[in-house]
Design a protein around this ligand. Sequence first.
Ligand SMILES: Nc1ncnc2c1ncn2[C@@H]1O[C@H](COP(=O)(O)OP(=O)(O)O)[C@@H](O)[C@H]1O
Ligand SMILES: [Mg+2]
Length: 479
Amino acid sequence: MSSLRDLQEVLRRTLAGWRWDLTLFVCSVVTLGILVVSETGHSKLEQEHSKAMEGVRVYAKLGRLARLLADAETAQRGYLLTRSEAYLAPYREALPEITTLLEQLETYFTNTGSSLDAERMRLIKNEAARKVAEMEKTLFAARQGDWEGAIGLVATDVGKYRMDAIRQLVEELQVAENDRVGDRVMAWRSHAQIARLSIAAVTALNVLLLVMLVRWLKRHWRQAREQGLELDAQVKARTAQLAMLASHLQEIDEAEKSRLARELHDELGSILTASRMDISWVRSKLTPEQTVLADKLARALRHIDQGVQAKRRIIEGLRPTTLTSFGLVTAARELVSQAADQAHWELQLDLPDADPDLSEEAAIALYRILQESLNNATKYSKTKRIRVSLVVRPGQCCVLEIEDYGTGFRLEEIRPKAHGILGMRERLAARGGLLVVDSVPGRGTRISATLPLDEPADPSETARDKTHAAGQVIPENVA
Ligand SMILES: Nc1ncnc2c1ncn2[C@@H]1O[C@H](COP(=O)(O)OP(=O)(O)O)[C@@H](O)[C@H]1O
Ligand SMILES: [Mg+2]
């Protein structure tokens, strides 16, 4: 039972997949079929038309034949009565045309008409030949001077009966031909009707096809749009999740660094202090003669002092105490000044007097971005000059900019495993901020980090969206 249902389902799906192709195929076949019918109808139409026209011409030829025979007879009689040669001219002119017409009509009726019509035509030909022979005979007698004999021949009723018979037969043939023409016109009309119907059918079919196509396209577009929207929503949700994860990882990282810094300070710090105190005590107990020991102890004290310095540096790196103790502006000033001193940069520093209104995490994020940008400038830029600024737009955002005038680089050429710039962007995105990297090879690099002063509730709502909302144009090389 279930296998039958499966089979039905497979069939339904296959048909659904093929439905459009099938419809197109069927419509094309039907259209072609109708076109063939229409084309055949059209050629029949032409045939019937030319046959009907030929029938009309034959009808006229029959009439002309009867008239020519009558004209010849009239000319013959006029000549016999008046003995004037002028009367003979129409007679002489009529004879060759009569012969031609007889031949043409005989061929036509033998090939086209019924056997009865062919027989009628044969009779017309015989009677006409006899009539011509009879007229020739009277004219011959007249030319021999036997006018009386010639008129006597004409006076008999034979000539009249013959002409009547010819006229009768011609009329019959004309009636038959007229009927045939009528039939052909009827056939022509029905073929014309078929051709008209075929065209109407093809047009209707094509309109139907067009309607189906438009409906299918509309449905297709709607589905594609819905799928696109769904995909968009999924991408947004995933981006939000990733941003949250990145933010969480960074918080863990900072917490771990704080813990390490604390332990180094408390544990190592107390050990080093205790060691220093013990050595100082031993040193105070030495006699002035024990100079070698005094030197050794002095060296040990110097080493311990170096250890204390190193511990402080490490702790500062792990947890920027200047930042936590004195705020972002002071910490930034110290960091930048140190870096500029070490790298021998000419420094342009524009910092506000007061710290911006940022949470501790946000301040750490900006501090780390400053650190990484300075590191990058030291490592890659070969610059001689650097500019660092922090601009606060009260109630809106603060913008940290680090600009060097060195080698610059192309964003698309960054190796995939480089995480510095990526990390900066993640830090900002997690707090609703935006990073813009503007770098031109040979001209330098400007890193611009914008953070909103009031943290948004949803970290996935990045400043990129906000910038759009504010109607600003985001540069193409937003990292
Ligand atoms: N200030 C700069 N001047 C020149 N090139 C830079 C600068 N900052 C970054 N770069 C280029 O961008 C790349 C990526 O930097 P980053 O993401 O910090 O990764 P990393 O420092 O680990 O290489 C660097 O390898 C360097 O080629
Ligand atoms: Mg780097």
